[in-house]
Write a protein that binds this ligand. Sequence first.
Ligand SMILES: [Fe+2]
Length: 189
Amino acid sequence: MSHWFDSSIAHLHKYSKKSIMEKLFKLLSDAQASLFVLFHKTWVYHWNVVGKDFQQHHTLFGEQYNTIFEEIDRLSEHMRYLNVKPLSSLNRVLEVSKIKEASSSANAEGMISDLLQSNIDFCDMMGKISEEAEEQKSYATANLVQDLMESHGKFVWMLRSFSDTSSKRVQEEVEEEVIEEVEEETTEE
Ligand SMILES: [Fe+2]
């Protein structure tokens, strides 16, 4: 018998409310792996960024990877509290992560837009975990992921503010989505 969660949570410990909590554990495990890859990507860009705004980009990425380092520790320790084992294999982290590794060819603008999108994706993941955690009445987990959502929401704001081009593109995407939704609604009526 094969479950959808077999591959992703095979490393997790048994838990008394296992059947109810499995979904939440898988989401937390995916989040931990994704945060690890985001940490690594931000750190790599901190080293490799070049250009006229080098100092500002280097400092921004530096502040963000330091914050993420603390967040990984907080999230992993919270998983231990839930009796879940955080991922320890880097191969497994890369398999499970919803965020892709750093690009080796990105220029400063590419780095900003890659980090911007990755942080938006991470906020979406935190939103889903928050909903699941509240449903399971796991309020400490909900509180933790809401803190992460706020922190990465701030990253999104800062990264967006750094690049007019990225900001414009995100704004256009939002406008396109709104137009599509309005069109869909009009067609349905
Ligand atoms: Fe540094």
